[in-house]
Design a binder for this molecule. Structure first.
Ligand code: SF4
Ligand code: SF4
Length: 236
């Protein structure tokens, strides 16, 4: 496949993703992947301003429903992009929009592949002290998807610096799960964020909403992306 054919396929993938509801898309060649596929197509779908603004001292029923619906849309977009890749002779692996794989040898509360890692490498945003992905326009009020493929893709983009270090997420977290440490490439999640404390708090305090699968407070209070038409991984 020549360069111009490849560019055309990128365009077709982007057009399809945007038609189906993605607000942003990135293409990046990574150093690590899954199933031998190291190139990532990163997808972003924004959350509803109204739903996010209703999160106050905890999640709402509307947020839980919206969270699941947007994840389902991302899974659908990933499948549609994958089918197009496959039709054009490329392999693909869609990474579930929200799925923790608790297996020996893997960090708890993490998926098969990090959506955030792909999205940051693709230049779509940064990671905040909250350990949430911060999109360059919408801030943390987005959900992510990733399609891994063997289609050749461009090298990683320069890192964006979007977290202001304001500490609003740390102060607002009812579980004390946010350490207040700035993210850096290669920094372990555990240095920023106690996933077990976050999960335990959600299970205890919000059992009446999706059996404690979501919270959203740290997303709601973050100023990054505020003032846009719309403002997490890990059920947050
Ligand atoms: S989602 Fe987790 S880390 Fe964020 S505010 Fe809620 S309990 Fe804290
Ligand atoms: S609330 Fe402040 S410290 Fe936390 S992620 Fe957002 S910008 Fe960074």
């Amino acid at each position: 496949m020549g360069n111009s054919q490849r560019e055309q396929l990128y365009e077709r993938l982007e057009t399809l993703a945007r038609e189906l509801g993605a607000c942003d898309i990135g293409f990046v060649a990574l150093e690590e992947g899954e199933a031998g596929l190291k190139n990532a197509i990163s997808l972003v779908v924004p959350l509803s301003d109204v739903v996010v603004s209703e999160i106050d001292n905890g999640p709402t029923h509307s947020y839980f429903h919206h969270y699941r619906t947007v994840n389902a849309l991302l899974d659908h977009i990933m499948l549609r992009l994958g089918l197009l890749l496959q039709k054009e002779g490329w392999r693909y692996l869609p990474i579930a929009a929200s799925q923790s794989i608790n297996q020996p040898g893997r960090p708890p509360f993490s998926g098969r592949f990090s959506h955030k890692q792909a999205a940051v490498a693709a230049g779509l945003g940064d990671i905040g002290q909250s350990n949430l992905f911060l999109h360059r326009v919408y801030g943390p009020a987005v959900r992510l998807g990733t399609v891994l493929t063997d289609l050749p893709l461009p090298p990683p983009a320069d890192r964006l610096h979007l977290c202001t270090g304001c500490g609003a997420c740390r102060r607002a977290c009812p579980a004390g799960a946010i350490e207040g440490v700035m993210w850096q490439p290669g920094r372990a999640r555990e240095e920023l964020f106690d996933a077990a404390a976050c999960s335990a708090h959600m299970k205890k305090a919000y059992q009446h909403i999706g059996r404690g699968a979501v919270c959203g407070i740290c997303m709601r209070v973050c100023p990054v992306g505020a003032g846009t038409e719309s403002g997490g991984e890990d059920g947050r």
